[in-house]
Design a protein around this ligand. Structure first.
Ligand SMILES: O=C(CO)[C@H](O)[C@H](O)COP(=O)(O)O
Length: 222
């Protein structure tokens, strides 16, 4: 079984103190920094782009940065994020013009590629690209905002993804994003996820280390 990774989403951080906030969650035990890029076109919200990613690297952030592109079109931003210091880059297949090409652009740029599935996006987009994927990101809320509730049908979707990954024989991470909390992370892991994005559960808490520790305690039962 893979090591479980905790990836706080900086969508819920205090943007006025972003560098300090990222330092604080990494010091609190985060494995990966989740970076939600929203364009106010593919999703109804607007966040940040490659300049902020680069600023975090210049500030001294050395943890992997997991860029989740909620944008359309996709390709123009790939090399910009790679140059800015992104580690992983994922995008939504229905937002891309040529899925295989976009995955290859991410690989050629030296980053780890992922595909993202909204709650109602079918998994058939995986059919011909499993050999190119580093991670599959399953959205358990509709993208655009933090603080939403986990959609229960996601458990079955995670089981289906886990089965597809097992059948492929590939070493692909299964990431979950949306409504992940201390009280559901164990069930989510049992359904198949091994990388956990959590925004409000961590950044809205007074003690980031305590929440991450509680999450790891729950995951220790899986
Ligand atoms: O991608 C996202 C929204 O589109 C966020 O990463 C996600 O919703 C995390 O926030 P929370 O843990 O508060 O649900």
């Amino acid at each position: 079984m893979k090591e479980f990774l905790i990836a706080p989403s900086i969508l819920s951080a205090d943007f006025a103190r972003l560098g300090e906030e990222v330092d604080a969650v990494v010091a609190a035990g985060a494995d990966v920094v989740h970076f939600d890029v929203m364009d106010n076109h593919y999703v109804p919200n607007l966040t940040f782009g490659p300049m902020i990613c680069e600023a975090l690297r210049k500030y001294g952030v050395s943890a992997p940065i997991d860029v989740h592109l909620m944008v359309s079109p996709v390709d123009d931003l790939i090399s910009k994020f790679a140059d800015a210091g992104a580690s992983y880059i994922s995008f939504h297949p229905e937002a891309a013009t040529h899925i295989d090409r976009s995955l290859q652009l991410i690989i050629d740029a030296g980053c780890q590629p992922g595909l993202v599935f909204n709650p109602a996006t079918p998994l058939h987009y995986l059919d011909h690209v499993m050999d190119k994927l580093h991670h599959i990101l399953i959205m358990s809320v509709n993208p655009g905002f933090g603080g939403q509730s986990f959609i229960p049908s996601t458990y079955e979707k995670l089981r289906q993804v886990k089965e597809r990954v097992a059948q492929s024989g590939q070493n692909i991470r299964i990431e979950i994003d949306g409504g992940v909390k201390v009280d559901n992370i164990r069930t989510i892991a049992e359904a198949g996820a091994d990388m956990f994005v959590a925004g409000s559960a961590i950044f809205n808490a007074p003690d980031y280390a305590q929440v991450i520790k509680q999450m790891r305690n729950e995951l220790a039962h899986v």
